[in-house]
Design a protein around this ligand. Structure first.
Ligand code: FAD
Length: 435
């Protein structure tokens, strides 16, 4: 039987494994395997909500092993470390009891494939800024988002207990990067502050506020989106008392401050780096597979590696041309569209039919500005242009994106029951996770 191995069960990889498992795995037309270094999937665009405590991950995790069983594919828990193209084998590193332990749970393993799909996503790019990797927190994984949340709670508690002056009662937070991740996190933290004050985990004194600075190197926030979206976002953030500093280049990050060009120092109890991505370094060492300057696998229009036609790549880790000089952007909607394309393409490949070319359709972008508002521009149903949308309607459309992902991977019934159970649970719990 044809063996399809997908490495990375994120926004694109999990959807592809689910679709292929049901379409080819269940009827016995192919053996589909998903490899991920984590045991559970959480949709990455939710991570800023996890970091701000407004989303309890347990209610939104999908356990790969159970999901695989229900959807006709096999799950292998482990991290891809190398590739042998001659023997068509993915190398999976050993698994240890924990990150700090050398007690081995599983030894290194090999996994043979006929078709390999790389869907490893991306990591934060620190651009070599001194101190950034050591002192700033990134938002790439569930662990990092949880770490940030706990750190925020600890700093708030410390300030509450020891703060006596305006300077040491306030919690200074610097967010580097005025793209969607930085903007959404800044807005979400304001909501967290409100709840912490409500439960007296942060002093109710006006001077004990979270002082949030959003630093962007370009001349506007959300530089990839329309000017009107940027302007509305900036106005909304400023009304939320978030200091938006554009044309601000960070030169170094220190344990308690961020230094910017011009010699200015911005105090920061917590620094979050949300400025740029690159694909995982392992891709640059995969048996000669061609990658670009940020480790993305260079693919042809059919999403096949330029080096090896048995290897495909999708999502953030693929360097895929959109127009002559623009790449498909690293977004969940791109990963979703590529998963849909590959589901059909791999079916055709197994039957020996032609694959065709992937065409990215930009349906627009929505950015959450806390509850209950969002802003963005979305493609019209009938026209090719985009229309501006903001407020509650935009928030509903934003929320629908995650529902769409859930329906794609879990089906309508499981999604409806899951969200209903989660909604009921929220009635009984604080709005922010406090432990
Ligand atoms: C805070 C935040 C907010 C965002 N908001 C939006 C948004 O509103 N809209 C939007 O379109 N996009 C958004 N994005 C971007 C979006 O999340 C990504 O574009 C999307 O998740 C990419 O999907 P992917 O399948 O390529 O990779 P991912 O979803 O990142 O999944 C990669 C998977 O690969 C696994 N993996 C990595 N390396 C290995 C390895 N060596 N071995 C095994 N497994 C491995 C990881 O564990 C992970 O499960 C946001 C991103 C962030 C961080």
């Amino acid at each position: 039987m044809h063996r399809i191995v997908i490495v990375g069960g994120g926004a694109g990889g999990l959807e592809l494994a689910t679709r292929l498992g049901n379409r080819l795995g269940k009827p016995g037309r192919a053996h589909v395997t998903l490899v991920d270094r984590c045991a559970v999937h959480v949709w990455k665009p939710l991570l800023h909500e996890v970091a701000a405590g407004s989303l309890d991950t347990h209610a939104h995790e999908i356990a790969y092993a159970a999901h695989a069983h229900w959807n006709g594919f096999t799950f292998v828990h482990g991290e891809m470390t190398a590739l042998d193209r001659a023997s068509r084998s993915v190398k999976i590193g050993p698994m240890f009891e924990s990150d700090d332990s050398d007690a081995e749970v599983l030894p290194p393993r090999g996994l043979e494939y006929d078709t390999l799909v790389l869907a490893l996503g991306s990591r934060t790019h620190f651009f070599g800024v001194p101190g950034a990797e050591e002192h700033a927190i990134a938002l790439d994984t569930l662990e990092q988002a949880e770490r940030l949340r706990k750190r925020l709670l600890q700093v708030c508690l410390r300030k509450r207990a020891h703060g006596t002056t305006e300077t040491n009662e306030a919690v200074d937070i610097a967010i580097i990067g005025g793209g969607a991740t930085g903007v959404e996190l800044a807005a979400e933290l304001r909501r967290m502050e409100h709840t912490l004050k409500q439960f007296r985990l942060l002093s109710e004194s006006p001077r004990a506020a979270m002082r949030i600075s959003l630093l962007e190197r370009g001349d506007r926030v959300l530089p990839a989106l329309a000017q009107r979206v940027s302007d509305t976002t900036r106005d909304t953030l400023e009304k939320m008392n978030i200091a938006v500093k554009v044309s601000t280049s960070v030169t170094s990050v220190r344990p308690e401050s961020v230094e910017v060009a011009g010699g200015v120092s911005i105090p920061a109890d917590i620094t979050i780096w949300a400025a740029g991505i690159r694909a995982p370094g392992v891709l640059a060492s995969l048996d000669g597979i061609a990658v670009n300057h940020i480790n993305q696998v260079k693919v042809t229009p059919s999403l096949q590696s330029e080096t090896d036609a048995n290897i495909f790549a999708l999502g953030d880790c693929a360097s895929c041309a959109w127009t002559a000089d623009v790449l498909v952007p690293p977004r969940a909607q791109a990963a979703h569209q590529q998963a849909m394309f590959l589901c059909k393409a791999l079916g055709a490949r197994i039957e020996g039919r032609a694959i065709g070319a992937f065409m990215y359709k930009d349906h627009g972008s929505l950015v959450s500005l806390g509850s209950p508002t969002a802003v963005g521009s979305v493609a019209g149903i009938t026209s090719t242009g985009k229309f501006f949308v903001e407020g509650f309607m935009a928030k509903l459309m934003y929320a629908a994106l995650y529902r769409k992902h859930l329906v794609a991977v879990s089906g309508l019934r499981r999604t409806v029951f899951g969200l209903a159970a989660h909604g009921l649970g929220r009635l009984l719990a604080p709005r922010v996770k406090l432990h």
